[in-house]
Design a binder for this molecule. Sequence first.
Ligand code: PMP
Length: 356
Amino acid sequence: MSTPQPRATIADIPPYVAGRPPTVRPGMTSYKLSSNENPYPPLPGVVEAVQAAVGQMNRYPDMGASALYAALADSLDVPVEDLSVATGSVGLIYQLVQAFCDPGDEVVFAWRSFEAYPIAVTAAGAASVRVPVLPDGRHDLDAMAAAITDRTRIVLVCTPNNPTGPAVTQAELDAFLARVPSHVVVVVDEAYVEFVRMDDPVDGLASYRSRANVVLTRTFSKAYGLAGFRVGYAVAPAPIAAALRAVSLPFGVSTVAQVAAIASLERQPELLERVDALVAERTRVVDGLRAAGWDVPDAQGNFVWFGLGERTADFAQAADELGIVVRPFAGEGARVSIGETEANDRLLQLAASFPR
Ligand code: PMP
């Protein structure tokens, strides 16, 4: 007897390996450094705003999220028509592929990069073209431009790159954009943009303003510390933003998520101070690792990459024993989020004892 069969490509979808929660051990606090989360909880004013909205949760959210769109347009100084709000910025990756790719079309991205990219691409029946990152973890933008074919519909530029850490410069992005045909969508995934501290950083908004094919994706999950609420947004030329809204999940951003995002935008200066504190911790960790002989790549996000190869599992195990949970990528390396001071201290302790 025949049974219902999903599309053949569904079997090819790679798994999404979510960061593990902390291990529970009696007498020991364990820290989760496996999902690039913000260690600070939402600000009290954000929690109060959310609590006030919980009483309306018998109602559907405002599907047009009009207050959130208005707040974002105001904060970014862009027209509302150029925005698309979504269920996390991962939702936007799915929407981009759905809106621009027919089966067999190609999406070019660096690898290793954000693991949801090939999942979203394969789910839509499109093809992933993975361009290896350079040995120092940076995008190989020359090779990415060379990988564009007649079937390419989207190029994803993840800056800073998750999980390796480095970010692209504006000069590099400009040189790259000049090589991309104008009908190909260039997505600049700026999930960690608020953590960037470097010379000539990408000015994503300027790039979107000067090109008809540039889309920025951003999130409230990282710098704004709202990962559990699932809110992201794209800034894109109006026709692209309209296509993204057209394929969005109806009511995909809940009332409490909309309220939390708006309340956080109202408290941006305070939240960005926390980002400064996390960046200071990142500097402390990276300096400490390098002083201990570790050759870690430039870290422009809220995480550090250890290219450990076959020793990755041992490193993750040793971390676990010290009460920190990291994100191992089997056979490649481990990504460790910048977390609480104590958690970062334990990472430095681990790095001092684990063979380089
Ligand atoms: N882009 C990158 C590069 C990420 O690392 C992540 C989260 N790990 C996302 C997008 C998605 O974040 P969210 O869906 O929480 O907005």
